[in-house]
Design a protein around this ligand. Structure first.
Ligand code: PBG
Length: 326
């Protein structure tokens, strides 16, 4: 007769538990999404994302200094232009708000932390879609690719180490890689929002960037259907074949099965975006005293790492990084 199995033996002390932990979470695993607004003289708090602001250039730099001091791995910028138009010109204008901010961050931080730019049109288009519209109102995939290529070049010129196409147009990674290489930006990394579901969890983000989709529209003709799992492998495989250096799954908590799948399917780095709604739910419940928000944040981010993400884009980046530091 063998003695009974005792897995609890390894859980007896904190030191033992730390020694055998399968998953780690460090500040370097976190990327902070940041919002920068054009033509403002003061930062403006975002009600639905407690602790986050629509930044001015100055307040952006102050925030990035704090993130850098806390040891976060990187930042990803989203822009709020002063004016919008049908094409979303602010996304590819060299003087667009994100390009100006990228130059500023590059001057101040160089390559000390990874500076990324979200690459999409929706914050810049008057209709709020991620691409340009045909006369019948549908999003024109291939016409949009040309604008994404121009946006990638503008971001690379401004000093982005990583460009992150998030519009879910077919062929976007290949179009961007080709344009970057043709202009000598072969070192610019492409982090593809490869698997991006049409999710109700983006609600607070749309408030953060002031995006409303015209005529009560939605993104279901380009973002993925949350009933589908196999489709995620296909999207990721296509992006890797087109030259994606890093692939992303978004949102995170409701899609851990997809993360687990992709960890087995692809050999490039994999990240997850813990999105605005995921953050706001924790904040709201914590504000009501219903959960311990700090503990839930660490539990969720660790679970995302456990499922297979190498790093995580999260609005918790600063507070969790600061809490993880001694
Ligand atoms: C689109 C984009 C969105 C987010 C990141 N990039 C919104 C959308 O697809 O509607 C959402 C991020 C979040 O909710 O935190 N450019």
């Amino acid at each position: 007769m063998f003695p009974i199995e005792r897995p609890r033996r390894l859980r007896r002390t904190g030191a033992l538990r730390r020694l055998v932990a399968e998953t780690s979470l460090t500040p370097a695993d976190l990327v902070a999404p940041l919002f920068v607004a054009e033509g403002r003289d003061a930062p403006r708090p975002i009600a639905a994302l407690p602790g986050h602001d629509q930044h001015t250039l100055e307040s952006l730099v102050v925030e990035v200094r704090a993130l850098h001091a806390a040891g976060v791995g990187g930042v990803i910028l989203f822009g709020l232009p002063a004016t919008k138009d049908d094409l979303g010109s602010g996304a590819f204008d060299d003087d667009g708000v994100v390009q100006v901010a990228l130059r500023r961050l590059r001057d101040e931080f160089g390559d000390e932390l990874v500076v990324m730019a979200d690459l999409c049109l929706d914050e810049y288009t008057s209709h709020g879609h991620c691409g340009v519209l045909r006369a019948d109102g549908a999003v024109d995939n291939d016409a949009t690719l040309d604008l994404y290529a121009r946006a990638a070049l503008a971001q690379a010129r401004a000093g982005a180490a990583v460009v992150a196409p998030s519009g879910m147009m077919d062929g976007q990674v290949g179009a961007i890689r080709t344009a970057l290489d043709a202009e000598g930006y072969s070192d610019t990394v492409i982090m593809a929002y490869a698997v991006k579901y049409a999710s109700a969890l983006y609600g607070p983000f749309r408030e953060a960037v002031g995006v409303e989709i015209a005529d009560g529209g939605d993104r279901r003709s380009y973002q993925q259907d949350f009933r589908n799992r196999r489709e995620a492998w296909r999207e990721a495989r296509l992006d890797v074949d087109e030259g994606a250096d890093i692939v992303m799954v978004k949102p995170a908590m409701t899609y851990l099965d997809i993360l687990g799948d992709l960890r087995r399917e692809v050999d490039v780095p994999l990240c997850a975006y813990h999105v605005s709604g995921e953050y706001s739910m924790v904040k709201a419940a914590a504000a009501n005293g219903w959960i311990d928000g700090d503990a839930v944040a660490v539990e969720q981010l660790t679970a995302i790492r456990r499922a297979g993400a190498d790093f995580i884009l999260t609005y918790f980046a600063r507070e969790v990084a600061e809490a993880l530091n001694p």
